[in-house]
Design a binder for this molecule. Structure first.
Ligand code: NAI
Length: 412
């Protein structure tokens, strides 16, 4: 087979890693033969970023680098963006897609970190640690066993049994807690956990209620005055999901009336955008409330996991064209075939383009070993493996000249 020089050697693939992403990313790139890496500990200002991005094939950022449409206009060699973060708000996802650039992130790398925080808060709330800690700082000695409880045997009610909710379930059972959960989707029970048919059923029996739902119209204020009224007297609530899910005024009222005994809140409808901004909450000053600055997923391990997950996705895309896990792109993956040559073609989703791509090969009597196309309303992405000796320079040039082509590459 003609192993075309057109497939860029790995040491020519330029990688820019910004904002001090975890070093495990660099290690992983290097282990996979990618050595052309520029690593910077900070973000780049707009003009600097534009200058750097012109020559770059892969870029890794955290949340402070803004990849706007304007920046993307200058990123003509860029093949993929890695957001070393949970979200991808820092990138203009649509503009990237229309330029044929998939964006990868790591939505579940901090799952365990959130689950551990929740368990520690459940135990703290059962033992009344927040108020005893508050008192001790003021010189008061609240030695008293009457309102402190073990976690063993208590019921934890998990609302949203997805990635985090199910991890909380496993950890809670290991502490001897009874787990009930409520989810709008049918879920597989882990361990001895039991599903509830309704939110009301969960609220009525839980000593601790913990929320792990996304922000949707259905979850907005899903815990408000009425739902809190359905909870057991003396129960506690934990929210490390989204700020809009719990009505904090209603929660405050129930804490002051001693209906609920405590709360731990990590997420707020309005959060400071930086550590320099002041944080304001209706719950400030209540000694039975744990307030944390949205740190559920903020651990060193999560940072490392994020780096590994995003780097693996970038390498997989660069090596075999897989877009599995891309947030803005059609998901296409084709197992590598032995003795084939692989072409990638990203194009505008217009009728007839696949036909023209196929013809580039069939008119030369080149056998297409396998191909996989996915489209969305805007773009189409096809991975195509062929057998035999070919002039890949000519093929690439013909593929590029098809009207509507956004990007095309030969991989191996
Ligand atoms: P996930 O998508 O894996 O699970 C969410 C679950 O909620 C799904 O099983 C879904 O079916 C269920 N659900 C959706 N609407 C529901 C409703 N109305 N009632 C009951 N169940 C419903 O999400 P994951 O990864 O477990 O994250 C959960 C939440 O935690 C998200 O809001 C996420 O933003 C937040 N989060 C917070 C972090 C922090 O630092 N505090 C870090 C990571 C995630």
């Amino acid at each position: 087979m003609n192993k075309s020089k057109l497939s860029l050697p790995k040491d020519k693939i330029k990688i820019l890693l910004l904002e001090g992403v975890h070093k495990s990313s660099v290690d992983l790139f290097q282990q996979n033969g990618y050595n052309n890496i520029k690593y910077l500990s900070g973000a780049l200002e707009k003009e600097e970023l534009i200058k750097e991005v012109k020559d770059i094939h892969l870029i890794g950022i955290r949340s402070r680098s803004l990849i706007t449409e304007h920046v993307l206009k200058h990123a003509n060699k860029l093949i993929a963006i890695g957001c070393f973060s949970i979200g991808t708000n820092q990138v203009n996802l649509n503009a990237a897609k229309l330029k044929g650039i998939p964006v990868f992130n790591a939505p579940f790398s901090n799952t365990r970190s959130v689950a551990e925080l929740v368990i520690s808060e459940a135990i703290s709330l059962l033992r009344k640690i927040p108020e005893k800690n508050f008192a001790a700082h003021k010189g008061e000695w609240l030695k008293d066993a009457s309102s402190s409880f073990e976690a063993r045997g208590k019921v934890i009610g998990i609302i949203g049994y997805g990635h985090i909710g199910s991890q909380v379930s496993i950890l809670a059972e290991n502490f001897g807690m009874k787990v009930v959960y409520y989810d709008i989707e049918k879920k597989l029970n882990l361990g001895n956990s039991k599903p509830c048919n309704s939110l009301e059923e969960l609220l009525a029996q839980s000593d601790i209620v913990t929320l792990h739902v996304p922000e949707t119209p259905l979850t907005k204020s899903m815990i408000s005055q009425k739902e809190i009224g359905l909870m057991k007297k003396g129960a506690s609530i934990i929210n490390a999901s989204r700020g809009s899910v719990v009505d904090l005024d209603a929660l405050k009222d129930s804490l002051i009336r001693n209906h609920l005994s405590g709360a731990a809140i990590d997420v707020f409808s309005e959060e400071p955008s930086s550590n320099k901004e002041r944080f304001v909450s209706a719950l400030q000053g209540l000694d039975n409330v744990i307030l944390t600055p949205h740190i559920g997923g903020s651990t060193s391990e999560a940072q490392e996991n994020i780096a590994i997950e995003v780097t693996e996705k970038l390498i997989k895309y660069s090596n075999v064209g897989s877009t599995l896990g891309a947030t803005n792109f059609v998901e296409v993956s084709l197992a590598p075939n032995i003795n084939t040559q692989r072409y990638l073609h990203i194009h505008e989703n217009k009728p007839g383009i696949l036909n023209k791509i196929t013809k580039v090969f069939t008119t030369k009597k080149i056998n297409i070993a396998s191909q996989y196309l996915q489209t969305d309303p805007h773009i189409g992405y096809v991975i195509l493996d062929i057998n035999g000796k070919v002039n890949s320079a000519q093929i690439l040039s013909e593929l590029k000249s098809i009207r509507g082509t956004i990007k095309t590459r030969v991989l191996y």
